[in-house]
Design a protein around this ligand. Structure first.
Ligand code: XMP
Length: 511
């Protein structure tokens, strides 16, 4: 079934993926594409609406990204947000000015004219601004739809041409009626029908996979993370026993993780799941190694060779399943950035496995959609809401050499932290939370005795996409409980500290 589609053109702003996620959440499929997508490609895409995102530039800047004005003649509704709005004004003959100071934060917005874009939105509400340039005069034929105290044209539009611009960011939660505005654009202006739901997606994908695979064989590297779990479950629903999953137990997983994976997927769902028990092998290779990048390389390489050995035992397969998701495939269109950490994931597998085609059933989905599909498929919250865990797992949360003793201490401390966050009801608010075992020991006193043990650090961050993050303001009582439990219950730990650094300048993981 073909879905209605909206095209989100990416002008480089920080909330761009968020815009696309909101549109999808409202039941309309959309793709985020670079802003220089040629007109012919835009026509071929046949969108029911086009959204221009924000971006860091000024329309007067030298390399300011632009759009083909012919796009406004396609008869397809357009909504420009922030830079996108300024660009529409600029290209259509309006006036864009540079303000002496940037405007940033919550502002009261007042409607100036009736428009379907603002249907059901009160005359005054709060919106989120983040800009320097602003539209001073809308283009001829466009009306001012809203203003704020400092922004004369907070929204403008032409009802006849169905082209609109908003200076504020409807996609962020601080814009009180932002979601309503996007919904109005999609449903009242673009004529969306809301045909994008995860229930439909799961059913369609299962049918599609079944047809594509036929009676051939499929192999999947299961990591225990939500993406590979959902991908494997979809494929399993489609082809049953013709799917074989391999879970590499590198001995660096969090407490009980391998057992849980086996019990949910092999025992519960009846998947053909092989566990490769390779913990000793990984520890051996990691002996004496304390450099983070070296740890990553060793683990990545070893992971591939263990998987290769298992795959050889299985023999040739026709398909390899990958848990690729949409953010992995979006072309950012921006320059290459410096390598801060070499991320190890299963991207290196295709070379060592004898297969013909790749199956990527989640390629079109954002993480929140993957979770919803997981729920549709009946996976538990424990699997679906599992926080992201890096490929090298606990190895990069152990400072210095990875040893059995440190692993045991960290596993227990981490499990307590996770338990307490969950029971305080904070699990979904926090992007990632975990314990780290530092490379220092400190003196403590327990009973009447001196102790000399490891310092455990707790790390918890809020984030949208892991590119930037802030340390989570966990209530003191929760921290107190975690600290009390770790120092009492965990062997090898006598002190707990809380990491209060944002990213940047720190990173989320300690290594
Ligand atoms: P950093 O520490 O760079 O982490 O702020 C950003 C996100 O990436 C995850 N991460 C990794 N994921 N292999 C992975 O698969 C890695 O080597 C790796 N290092 C960091 C990290 O957990 C966070 O979600």
């Amino acid at each position: 079934m073909e879905h209605q589609r909206v095209l989100v053109l990416d002008f480089g702003g920080q909330y761009n993926q968020l815009i696309a996620r909101r549109v999808r959440d409202l039941g309309v499929y959309c793709d985020l594409k670079p802003c220089d997508l040629p007109l012919e490609a835009i026509k071929a895409y046949a969108p029911i609406g086009i959204i221009f995102t924000g971006g860091p530039n000024s329309v007067y800047g030298e390399d300011a990204p632009t759009a083909d004005p012919a796009l406004f003649g396609l008869g397809v509704p357009v909504l420009g947000i922030c830079y996108g709005a300024q660009l529409i004004a600029h290209l259509s003959g309006g006036t864009v000015r540079h303000a002496p100071a940037s405007e940033y934060g919550r502002r009261e917005i007042e409607l100036a004219a009736g428009s379907p874009l603002f249907a059901g939105i009160p005359k005054k509400s709060v919106c989120w601004m983040s800009h320097t340039d602003y539209v001073a005069e809308p283009p001829a034929g466009f009306s001012v739809l809203a203003r704020t105290a400092s922004c004369p044209v907070a929204a403008f539009g032409s009802e006849e041409r169905k082209i609109y611009g908003v200076q504020f960011h409807p996609e962020v939660v601080h814009s009180e009626y932002g979601n309503k505005l996007l919904e109005n654009f999609l449903y009242l202006i673009c004529g969306a029908q809301g045909d994008w739901t995860m229930k439909n997606f799961a059913a369609e994908q299962i049918a599609r996979i079944r047809e594509r695979v036929g009676d051939r064989r499929v192999l999947c590297a299961m990591s225990g993370g939500v993406d590979s779990a959902v991908a494997a479950t979809l494929v399993h629903r489609a082809v049953g026993d013709r799917l074989t999953c391999v879970f590499v137990d590198h001995g660096l997983h969090r407490k009980n993780e391998p057992e849980e994976v086996m019990s949910v997927f092999r025992d519960g769902l009846g998947m053909n799941l092989i566990m490769a028990d390779a913990g000793e092998r990984f520890l051996e290779k990691l002996k004496g190694v304390s450099d983070p990048e070296q740890k990553r390389k060793i683990i990545g390489k070893e992971f591939i060779s263990v998987f290769e050995e298992e795959a050889k035992k299985i023999g040739a397969v026709d398909f390899l399943v990958q848990g690729t998701i949409y953010p992995d495939v979006i072309e950012s269109g921006k320059g290459k950035s410096a390598v801060i950490k070499s991320h190890h994931n299963v991207g290196g597998l295709p070379d060592v496995v004898d297969f013909r085609e790749i199956l990527e059933p989640l390629r079109d989905l954002f993480k929140d959609e993957v979770r919803r599909v997981g729920t549709e498929l009946g996976l538990s919250d424990g699997i679906v809401w599992r926080q992201p865990c890096p490929g090298p797992a606990l190895a990069i949360r152990i400072m210095g050499e990875v040893t059995k003793e440190k692993l045991a201490t960290l596993r227990d401390a981490d499990a307590i932290f996770r338990e307490e966050i969950a029971s305080a009801g904070l699990a979904r608010e926090i992007w990632q939370y975990f314990a780290v075992i530092t490379d220092s020991k400190t003196v403590g006193v327990q009973g009447d005795f001196r102790t000399y043990e490891n310092v455990i650090a707790l790390r918890a961050v809020t984030s949208v996409d892991a590119m930037t993050a802030d340390w989570a303001r966990i209530p003191y009582e929760v921290l107190e409980k975690v600290s009390g439990r770790i120092t009492n219950e965990v062997k090898g730990a006598n002190r707990v500290v809380y990491d209060i650094t944002s990213k940047p300048p720190a990173t989320i993981e300690w290594e």
